[in-house]
Design a binder for this molecule. Sequence first.
Ligand code: NI
Length: 140
Amino acid sequence: MPKTEDTIRFSVSLPRPLLDELDRRVVGRGYASRSELVRDLIRERLVEDAWTGGDEEVAGVLTIVYDHHQRDLTQQIVDVQHRDFVHVIATTHVHVDHHNCLEVIILRGRPAEIERLSLEIGGLRGVRLAKLTQTARLEM
Ligand code: NI
């Protein structure tokens, strides 16, 4: 079994236009090499796969912006998090301005559990934005 830090070189055949597109992204995103970009693309795909019908534990970051003056909303958001405390790792709350609160909720669990929780919080009346960032354990 190869050690995780072993790096294997292999060659890939690509149509010219696809390679040109790859190289534009290498430059545009400031990558040091094609390999760096390809590694990141593969990792992105692995995270995507882990979230699609996967049963492995993953992590997600739910960012919400909500109306501070919406009646009972703050309490509802706290109630949902207490009920599902197993999945809520950490929360950071920022008072953006007089009307808006921004909250970042770090979640851990099965993809379906995190998505359900995110939809529940995002669907509360007065939540103006809810965006879930998906991550997964990557040992490579
Ligand atoms: Ni606030």
